[in-house]
Write a protein that binds this ligand. Sequence first.
Ligand SMILES: Nc1ncnc2c1ncn2[C@@H]1O[C@H](COP(=O)(O)OP(=O)(O)O)[C@@H](O)[C@H]1O
Ligand SMILES: [Mg+2]
Length: 269
Amino acid sequence: MADSICLINQKGGCGKSSTCLHLAGAFAGSGMRVLLIDADPQGSLSQGLLGSAAVENLPMEQTTAGLFDERNFFGDLSKIIQETKFDRIWLAPANQHLSRFNTPCPEQTGMDQFAMRDFVAKQTNVDIVLIDCPPNLYRCSWNSMVAADYVVIPVPPEDFGTQGLRAVHQAVLNARKLNPELRRLGHVITRSDRRLLIHRSYETKLRDAYADLVFSTVIPEASAFKVATACRQPVEHYQPSSVAASLTRTLSREILDRISMKTKLRSVA
Ligand SMILES: Nc1ncnc2c1ncn2[C@@H]1O[C@H](COP(=O)(O)OP(=O)(O)O)[C@@H](O)[C@H]1O
Ligand SMILES: [Mg+2]
């Protein structure tokens, strides 16, 4: 069975989609087979791999909206997954068709809460699944948490934002009612500029508050990430010798270490 991780934070611009894209490159570079699932109606991750026009033109049944569409329940969901131009990376893309399914208060609706879970469970040909969530805790994020084994929370080191993080942690606890095995792997500090006092002090506060629930690896604000994304490539493929690629590889290894530790210890986080 593949390990599945959803990247979640109700803040936009904190690097969820970017981290998904570049981690996919690092995992694939180490020989793993990766499925990226875009659960965000904005489709940034999909556009980062396929380009805007191609993504906008995809019909619903070739996007993750097909998972939620009642008419497609018994349809051929394999049409949702497409190959990318990178070895060992596949994508289940999203576009504007997903918007109407991303409704608020997902726990309280009678709608299908397991649509994503059933889809992820069928992915036996990959080693790891990364799910990119939208910047809210609506139905798409909820379905992703119900589907995933693990949660990773990207956090930029600004604006302490404890309120926002608390809501994310509460959402994880709520999702455990349907998915008791869901575990938090940790917060990953993204877009950090250690020359800035505010960033260094935010990092200290985060580590004080969450201790081991913060990854040691810090992802810096680096132009290599932006340029690679603009070139529709993970930084591992675009510039493997860059610091950005090297740190992404380190993060990917830390993620795998944490997964194997949790599996061994069955620890709750
Ligand atoms: N580590 C980074 N260094 C430089 N730019 C980044 C980094 N992470 C994200 N970005 C850029 O910041 C913007 C928002 O990132 P994105 O991954 O789309 O955030 P989210 O998915 O959380 O909304 C994008 O333009 C992205 O290219
Ligand atoms: Mg995003």
